[in-house]
Design a protein around this ligand. Structure first.
Ligand SMILES: *Cc1c(COP(=O)(O)O)cnc(C)c1O
Ligand SMILES: [Zn+2]
Length: 409
């Protein structure tokens, strides 16, 4: 891995060898000392000889940017390479020039697959046979899928309030699913404890310095797909904050290397009931640790990546907004109705946030915007039922149909 320089602490700047298994900087208590992977970009560029022609079969097109050894076969299900769709009807509705990147089309239905593919590949590289994480659902399913693909054992810590439908997927992938009677934060702490004790490889958001690196490929792809037409704004939902941080890092890298001209401003969206990153960005210090929102994938009380997320917002000249659960569900239905894109609540949250940002005068009329849908609606049918409304019951009689559509009969 001569293209990877160090693991650098985001708090104190201490540097660590990228060839050892380390999660956070030991100079700080808990999981505060998040590590950042730094690269030798001359070496990266030497290895990168792909045409930027918009033809993206999988995220491994950007392998030169990923922190894996040259002789390693990646554990992949074809993640990445998701479409950037023109969405004129939704754009008109929101008063902007809009495109949507549908990352719900990834192998297990979430953007997280980009990161999981990298961390499961690393687990193999480090000779680990068991992988673990704490998750509200999507990271668990993603890890279970890629563990199965790579022939590794998977043990998951899932908080009691995760939507039950989301647990079917990791169970089918053959993982041990341990339902923790407690919050996400408690499940998380437990998973960190077992990682230390048992030496399982940990994919937890933010603390595994390599897993977030995979999320950069959404930024690489967006830079490639918007070359010559870089949007004014790029919108993500925020839970732990790794996704927006990774997306920004990827886009910025391509701009720094002159592979694309200019960068978008990042718009980060959180739920009113789980607003810690937004609060930190706006300088409120009374951070509320209780998280409660229909968008379960971003229901995080203590985000592990607040610092990196705030830096992405700051460096890009960005902003953050909050949305209510009703606004999230309305956005899920709007996205489906206007463009045929089926998102889970956290995947539709950026659409709700874009509407908020328009109303607040943050995003101007006619601005060019790209929204990233991070998760598929099939993940959470219960919320989709709330967003979509009711079935109309009719008799098996033609008259009932005529009554409904009298002008067309
Ligand atoms: C995990 C997740 C997010 C948030 O990503 P973070 O890195 O936690 O900020 C958003 N949407 C979906 C669908 C997710 O699964
Ligand atoms: Zn440190």
């Amino acid at each position: 891995m001569d293209h990877v320089e160090t693991l650098e602490c985001t708090l104190c700047g201490a540097e660590y060898d990228p060839d050892q298994v380390i999660y956070t900087c030991p100079n700080h208590s808990g999981v505060k000392g998040i590590l950042e992977v730094t690269y030798d970009y001359d070496a990266v560029v030497d290895r990168f000889d792909e045409p930027l022609d918009g033809d993206i079969r999988s995220q491994w097109k950007y392998r030169a940017f990923l922190p894996v050894a040259d002789d390693v076969e990646p554990v992949t299900l074809g993640e990445g390479g998701t479409p950037l769709l023109e969405t004129p009807r939704l754009g008109t509705e929101l008063g902007v020039d809009l495109r949507v990147k549908d990352d719900g089309r990834n192998p297990t239905g979430v953007l997280k697959d980009r990161a999981t593919s990298v961390s499961v590949t690393k687990a193999g590289e480090f000779g680990r046979e068991v992988v673990t994480c704490a998750s509200t659902g999507n990271a668990a399913a993603s890890l279970a899928g890629f563990a199965a693909r790579g022939g590794l054992d998977c043990r998951l810590f899932v908080p009691g309030d995760a939507p039950e439908g989301k647990l079917a997927q990791p169970l089918v992938y053959g993982a041990d699913v341990l339902g923790v009677r407690g919050s996400y934060d408690e499940a998380y702490d437990l998973s960190m404890e077992v990682t230390e004790r048992f030496g399982w490889y940990n994919r937890n958001a933010a603390v595994n310095p390599f897993q977030v690196e995979g999320k950069r490929t959404v930024g690489h792809e967006l830079a490639e797909q918007t070359r010559g037409d870089v949007p004014d704004w790029l919108v993500f939902s925020m839970g732990d904050g790794c996704t927006i941080a990774g997306g920004w890092k990827g886009f910025r890298e391509f701009a720094d290397l002159d592979l694309v001209e200019g960068t978008p401003r990042m718009l980060g969206v959180q739920a009113e009931g789980a607003s810690a990153i937004h609060d930190a960005f706006h300088g409120h210090d009374d951070i509320d640790e209780v998280a409660e929102t229909v968008a379960d994938s971003i229901s995080v009380g203590r985000p592990r990546n607040t610092l990196k997320a705030c830096r992405a917002l700051e460096e890009s000249g960005g902003e953050s907004v909050l949305v209510s659960d009703e606004e999230v569900l309305a956005a899920e239905s709007l996205l489906g109705r206007t463009e045929g894109i089926y998102a889970e609540p956290a995947g539709a949250t950026p659409v709700a946030g874009l509407r908020k940002a328009r109303e607040a005068g943050i995003v101007d009329e006619g601005d060019s915007v790209v929204v990233v849908v991070t998760g598929n609606g099939l993940k959470d049918t219960e919320s989709a039922m709330r967003a979509g409304g009711e079935v109309d019951a009719i008799a098996p009689e033609i008259d009932d149909v005529v009554d409904r559509y009298p002008d067309e009969a």
